[in-house]
Structure formats: C-alpha cells, structure tokens
Design a protein around this ligand. Structure first.
Ligand SMILES: Nc1nc2c(ncn2[C@@H]2O[C@H](COP(=O)(O)OP(=O)(O)OP(=O)(O)O)[C@@H](O)[C@H]2O)c(=O)[nH]1
Length: 258
C-alpha cells in the first residue's frame, strides 16, 4: 500500500486565543480532564510577566505538571503567537522531545484583543474564545478570530440569564459572522456542550492525522496595497476589521479573507 506522505509525524498543535478572562485556561483544563485518558497531551501557556496560567493548570490537577510549560512573553501577547513564534515552537518541540510522541499540544495565548490570532507557523488549528459576560454584541464586532478561527467558542453560557444575554442569538450571530463556520456554545457546567467541544477536537485531530486538515491564517494581514490597475490609485489597507472585505482589484489573493 502506498504510504500517505502528507500525514504528519508530530502532535497536532491547537491554539486557544481570545480576550482576557473569557475562560481560555478553564477550557483547556476541561479539555485535559476529558481527553487525557485517550490522548497524550501537552500544554503551553503564554503570560506577559508571570506563569500564572501554567500554575492554575498545574494546580487544577488535570495533567502531569511536567506536561504544562509556561512561556513568558514579556511583550504584547500576540507577538509570541504571531510575529515571532520561536519561544512557543521551542517549547512545543521540547515537550515532544521530553515525552516522546504526543497526540495534541494545546497552546494558550495570553488574553488579548479581538485581533489576536495564531500564526499557522505555530499551530495547525485554533479556536477563539468569547464569553457571554463580555456582552452579546461582541460577536457582531467581528475580527479575524471570530470570523475565521477554525472554531468559535461562546463560553460561560450558564451566565447568560444573569447578564441579560440571549445565548442562542449570540451563537446564531456567530455562525452568520463565520458564514456557517463551526461554533460551540460552552459552559463547563454543561456536559453536552463539553461533548460538542471534545467531539470537534477529535474530528480535527482525525483530519490532521489523515493529512486532510489545512492550517489557515485567520489574519489580520499586514497592511498592503495593490497595483493601480484602474487608474483610481492603488490603496493601502488591512483586513483586520472586516470578514466581508473583498479585493475587487486582485484576481487571486493568497489568504482566507480575500
Ligand atoms: N460561570 C462560568 N465561569 C467560568 C466558566 N469558565 C471559566 N469561568 C470563570 O471565568 C474566569 C476566567 O477564567 P480563565 O480560565 O482564567 O480565563 P482566561 O481566558 O484564561 O483568562 P486570562 O488568561 O487572564 O486571559 C474564572 O473566574 C473562571 O472560573 C464557565 O463555563 N462558567
């Protein structure tokens, strides 16, 4: 039988990004609790000045503490997951070297704003976490993570009634913003929602192993300009603010939002 040369040989790297306090560490603890019996896991956390998230996960007792590694970014969180991913790549490679083969390495970004996403040079797939406590309209504000991460998680749905947010509507608007892309409405108190999340991780890992998963870069793209083909003057722009922006000037554009 011919060998599948596209099948990867290392663990899948899954990025978890989203604004401060939306529940990224808690979600990772939930994933570890649910999946550590069936998958060989490692976790890397990113904090600006501390190893707070790594300490939280270690104290949660969901994984061998040796498998949880902190990266101290010392700068804006997006720098270490997007602009220069070296520290995180080294941490991921060290984890795999220390524990032999792993199935999944989860990388938590420091809490950042709506534009922070992982570079595909670091992760194979990424999820973006919002929470209902941030308000139902956050999802309508858009941004690359909301629109184009592999999965959008709307977290802490149990808080919906207390903060006056219609969770179903928020999830529906999330799907619309993503043009049908995957959305999971999650609460760590809701087993069914945890099954949806773990099911998505298993499916993505299966596709990754089969060589059927293509990492995408949600952006934001660097500002750029196009040739002045129509005499109106080329214009410099970014794609950070809109999932619907299209290039009417460029016939073919590399990137998911073109
Ligand atoms: N009610 C409720 N609270 C949650 C849930 N998930 C997390 N939280 C709480 O939300 C708060 C923030 O959770 P974290 O997991 O620390 O959030 P984070 O995104 O990792 O935070 P940063 O790393 O600071 O950006 C904590 O008080 C959690 O206990 C949930 O499903 N429901």
């Amino acid at each position: 039988m011919p060998e599948n040369t596209t099948a990867p040989t290392r663990a899948m790297r899954l990025g978890v990004a989203g604004p401060v306090g939306t529940g990224k560490s808690s979600l990772i603890a939930t994933l570890c609790r649910a999946l550590s019996g069936e998958l060989r896991l490692g976790v890397i956390t990113n904090d600006i000045y501390t190893d707070e998230d790594a300490r939280y996960l270690k104290s949660a007792g969901v994984l061998d503490p040796e498998r949880i590694r902190p990266v101290e970014t010392g700068a804006c969180p997006h720098t270490a997951i997007r602009d220069d991913v070296t520290a995180n790549l080294l941490a991921a490679e060290d984890l795999e070297a220390d524990f032999g083969s792993l199935d999944l390495v989860i990388i938590e970004s420091g809490g950042d704003n709506l534009t922070a996403t992982f570079s595909p040079a670091l992760v194979d797939a990424q999820l973006f976490v919002l929470d209902v406590a941030g308000g139902g309209d956050v999802v309508r504000k858009g941004g690359p993570g909301i629109a184009r991460a592999d999965l959008l998680v709307i977290n802490k749905t149990d808080l919906g009634p207390y903060v006056g947010v219609d969770v179903e509507r928020m999830a529906r608007e999330g799907r619309e913003a993503r043009r049908g892309g995957s959305v999971v409405a999650l609460s760590r108190h809701d087993e069914e929602s945890i099954r949806m999340l773990t099911g998505w991780v298993r499916d993505t890992l299966a596709r990754y192993r089969a060589g059927d998963h293509t990492p995408v870069d949600p952006g934001p793209m660097a500002p750029h300009s196009h040739a002045d083909r129509d005499g109106k003057g080329g214009h410099t722009h970014t794609h950070a603010d809109s999932a619907t922006h299209t290039h009417d000037q460029a016939p073919a554009h590399a990137g998911p939002s073109a």
